[in-house]
Design a protein around this ligand. Structure first.
Ligand code: ATP
Ligand code: MG
Length: 399
């Protein structure tokens, strides 16, 4: 049965003048542009729209010529698969020519451009990601995506196994979208195909896995979805994991923080997922934080926050809080977590430069003295002034 499709004609983002100017340029060039994929899906679900992707009947060359002639900046950001970024008054849009994936190897595709909308819809991953909306808000649904969207069902376009063999990343995307938009158990046929083909995940690049995994961890339904992935053997193909699902569920929806708790071999994450240096460092700092609790003395709290920094503090409190089982609206834990907002970490008032000024020779004595002064300053709850500390330093030098 076909659904009556709603109209998006009244949507503010669709009527935005820059988007409408882009549509006009594409149609004046003899083509058509429609919003495709995530933006249409999100608008229909009533959730925030991240970025607006345009699909067009024009070829990338035609898009570039027409948009440059219209005075828009154009960047061939993904020209190999038909995508150019068009910037209309500082607003970027990804414009992708309708295409078909002709040769695939499980990771990359060779593409052929087409002017047929249905063909473009059939190369997309899931039915709810294959919806289009034209400049006037009219919807186009070639795969029963609206039906699945209403049922909150992540449904592969066409044969699930065949679509996964074209690109194994679709396994991760299946769970990522389920965690974000799905309801109940994942679609059984899709799940069965993912399980049967799970070993294909190993051939994917670290960057692509990383991106999908972080998005999955940030989704509202992340934890029940991860549990399905764990019991079906799929999660083990992605990373060695701990079974701390109840703890994960209690953590804020922060991908890196959740990854720290999920990973069984956190020191391997950096190379396994090609994390940025800061991300890998953040994970190790979070895991190296001592267990904390609201009954910790205020002075100890300040010393620990000073030593580890605000990020490690917040992550460490989040993990301890999640492990404790205390209510997530507990005022004591909240106050502990928010200490960096109430107390600005002071800077050690004396530096090596000051000691040089006092005539300290460079070398071990200077380092030892600095550490001793800092310890004194910490033991006295950051109260000693620069003058007091310098006086202490002199004693140490002469005595
Ligand atoms: P998000 O809001 O998370 O960005 P999205 O739907 O925009 O969601 P993207 O990863 O940005 O997701 O992809 C944009 C669209 O491109 C998808 O909606 C889908 O139609 C198509 N797509 C992306 N990756 C694939 C893939 N690996 N296989 C098939 N189609 C894909
Ligand atoms: Mg997107």
């Amino acid at each position: 049965m076909t659904q009556t499709l709603p109209s998006l004609a009244q949507e503010a983002w669709l009527n935005e003048p820059r988007l409408q100017r882009l549509f006009a340029v594409l149609s004046e060039t003899g083509g058509e542009g429609r919003v495709a994929g995530g933006a249409v899906r999100n608008a229909l679900l009533g959730v925030a729209i991240a970025d607006i992707d345009i699909a067009t009947t024009l070829t990338p060359q035609q898009v570039m010529l027409a948009c440059r002639a219209a005075g828009f900046a154009v960047h061939p950001t993904g020209i190999d698969h038909g995508t150019v970024t068009v910037v209309v008054e500082r607003q970027p849009f990804e414009v992708t020519s309708l295409r078909q994936d002709v040769a695939t190897d499980g990771r990359h595709a060779q593409v052929a451009f087409t002017s047929d909308w249905m063909t473009d819809a059939l190369r997309r991953d899931f039915t709810m990601n294959a919806l289009y909306c034209d400049a006037h808000g009219k919807l186009y649904d070639y795969t029963n995506g609206y039906r699945d969207l209403l049922a909150r069902r992540i449904n592969f376009v066409g044969d699930a196994a065949a679509r996964i063999r074209e690109d194994y990343l679709r396994i991760l995307r299946f769970f990522r979208f389920h965690a974000r938009f799905g309801e109940g158990r994942p679609d059984e046929r899709g799940l069965a195909a993912c399980v049967a083909l799970k070993t294909g995940i190993a051939g994917l690049s670290a960057e692509r896995i990383r991106q999908e995994l972080l998005k999955l961890l940030e989704a509202p339904g992340a934890v029940p979805t991860l549990m399905v992935m764990a019991e079906s053997g799929i999660l083990a193909e992605i990373i060695p994991f701990t079974e701390q699902f109840a703890v994960l569920e209690r953590l804020p929806r922060d991908g890196i923080l959740r990854l720290a708790v999920l990973a069984a071999e956190p020191e391997q994450l950096k190379s396994r997922l090609r994390l940025a240096n800061e991300e890998a460092a953040r994970i190790m700092s979070a895991l190296n934080m001592p267990d904390v609790a609201p009954d910790m003395a205020a002075h100890e709290q300040r010393v620990l926050l000073y030593a580890r920094g605000a990020q490690a503090w917040e992550d460490g409190v989040d993990i301890s809080w999640a492990l404790s089982g205390a209510a997530l609206d507990d005022g004591g834990w909240r106050a502990l977590r928010d200490l960096p907002e109430r107390w600005i970490t002071p800077r050690m008032p004396v530096t090596g430069q000051d000691l040089v000024g006092l005539g300290f020779p460079p070398g071990p004595l200077m380092g030892r003295t600095l550490r001793r002064l800092e310890q004194y300053w910490l033991d006295h709850d950051f109260a000693p002034t620069r003058r007091e500390l310098l006086a202490l330093a002199k004693e140490g030098k002469d005595g």
